[in-house]
Design a protein around this ligand. Structure first.
Ligand SMILES: Cc1cc2nc3c(=O)[nH]c(=O)nc-3n(C[C@H](O)[C@H](O)[C@H](O)COP(=O)(O)OP(=O)(O)OC[C@H]3O[C@@H](n4cnc5c(N)ncnc54)[C@H](O)[C@@H]3O)c2cc1C
Length: 423
């Protein structure tokens, strides 16, 4: 039986027994493919509305990005609200912007309603390495104020000291409605909530085909006959629906967790907020509940693992926190998120009975929760909010499957160079 990757999260997750694999034929109103935040939350939202749902997962609940990410509750999207309005028009921009905090609100409400123990902590800090990035953060505050969001505090270099102790940054922006969680415990808690409402989950059951006309989902040993199918495999969906998979590019990002650092962790991150910097390819880090530093950074377009995760991420840690040069590294792991060309998630219908949602482009902890709700609204007959997202134009990666990785790498050099040079 396949299990989770060897991460800090898998090592500290609440015990949850493996569920059976799908066997034989069964029916349900809705079949969800993929048990990450998107699939599990869409299933839970539907179960709360009285819909019968079966979830089919290739490995374990939370095996993908949802069970191994940085755990950062980042509000909004991978593109800022003014960029979204400029690209998609004022009407769509206003609606999308007005939902920028809803995903985070769903997480908190869900954790409280179902008593999910997921180490939820409040506060998230975006740090600037250059004065140009600081001006970008000031612009961000102004933009969000235009939507009525007042959750931010701009901090100069001295103002960072209560939150993060390093010489790297010139300032930052505290989002008081951000936060952090143990993501594997969150998604497992959400799965348990779904099951408590009568929902069924099958693990170790890779879906091999989807009949788009009849909404029949097949694995090697079973099938689900549904009225509606939700495709939620994100960057881990391989070889099932090539036309869907080619819309996104898997991108891997790497994470390290140190040994428990005791008082040093509290000294470096006194207020226990999580931190990400404002670079195009960004570093993200936070304390864990047991006092480790959990630090992510670096990406590989195409979704392969680097030769050595430690060699890639440790230099980033030491740049930020030189005092950790002798700290032991207890865990290293990698995971794939799904990138879109626009860095904006995509949601829609592939056929009248088959929906999909994917492409959170590295910031998906909150947006998956939002989009899962929109999927459930649409399946139960309310297309108003879903329709705005689903109606946005789709732009394919240039270069097709063969050239999209080298072309994206080339494009990203420009943005990385600007970050390094501060221009
Ligand atoms: C290392 C890392 C760090 C990140 N850090 C952050 C962060 O701090 N904050 C943030 O906002 N975002 C972060 N992200 C992004 C975020 O984790 C994702 O956007 C989000 O978890 C995507 O959820 P999902 O449910 O759409 O996909 P996933 O969680 O990837 O779930 C997809 C599921 O589908 C299953 N599946 C695939 N194919 C099949 C099949 N054929 N049959 C059955 N099941 C299938 C997979 O096994 C998997 O369990 C990070 C991502 C990574 C990889």
């Amino acid at each position: 039986m396949t299990a989770h990757v060897n991460s800090y999260y898998a090592a500290t997750a609440h015990k949850q027994d493996a569920r059976p694999a799908l066997a034989g034929s069964m029916s349900a109103d809705v079949c969800v493919v993929g048990a990450g935040f998107t699939g599990i939350n869409a299933a839970l939202e539907l179960a709360e509305r009285g819909v019968s749902v079966v979830v089919v997962e290739a490995v374990r609940v939370g095996f993908g990005a949802s069970g191994r990410n940085g755990g950062q509750i980042v509000n909004g999207y991978s593109r800022d609200l003014d960029v979204i309005s400029a690209r998609y028009g004022e009407t769509a921009g206003r609606l999308i912007g007005s939902l920028a905090n809803e995903g985070g609100d769903i997480i908190r409400a869900r954790a409280q309603k179902y008593g999910i123990q997921c180490d939820l902590r409040e506060g998230m800090l975006i740090t600037a390495l250059t004065h140009k990035q600081m001006r970008g953060l000031e612009h961000h505050v102004k933009t969000w104020k235009g939507f009525g969001f007042e959750q931010f505090e701009l901090l100069d270099k001295a103002g960072l000291a209560p939150h993060v102790v390093t010489e790297r940054y010139v300032g930052g922006l505290l989002d008081k409605r951000g936060g952090h969680i143990h993501p594997l415990n969150l998604v497992q808690g959400e799965a348990a909530a779904f099951e408590s409402l009568g929902g069924r989950i099958f693990e170790n059951s890779p879906v091999v085909s989807v009949d788009m006309d009849n909404a029949v989902v097949k694995t090697a040993s079973g099938e689900v006959r549904a009225k509606t199918v939700l495709m939620c495999g994100n960057a881990y969906l391989h070889g099932v629906l090539p036309n869907l998979e080619n819309r996104v590019m898997p991108v891997s990002t790497q994470v390290l967790a140190t040994e428990p650092l005791g008082a040093e962790a509290e000294r470096l991150l006194p207020s226990n907020v999580c931190v990400e910097d404002a670079n195009y390819v960004l570093d993200y880090f936070r304390r864990t509940a047991d006092g480790r530093l959990l630090y992510g950074g670096g990406i590989v377009y195409g979704g392969t693992d680097p030769v050595s995760i430690k060699a890639k991420v440790l230099p980033l840690i030491l740049k930020t926190f030189p005092s950790l040069k002798d700290a032991r590294i207890d865990f290293t792991w990698s995971g794939n998120f799904a990138l879109t060309l626009t860095r904006f998630p995509q949601i829609g219908r592939l056929a009248p009975k088959v929906y999909f949602s994917h492409g959170d482009s590295g910031h998906g902890v909150t947006t998956t929760h939002l989009l899962a709700r929109l999927l459930a609204e649409s399946v139960t007959g309310d297309d108003a909010r879903f329709g705005v997202f689903a109606g946005l134009p789709y732009f394919p990666f240039p270069g097709g499957k063969l050239l999209r990785v080298p072309l994206t790498v080339a494009g990203s050099w420009w943005y990385r160079a600007r970050d390094v040079l501060g221009v």
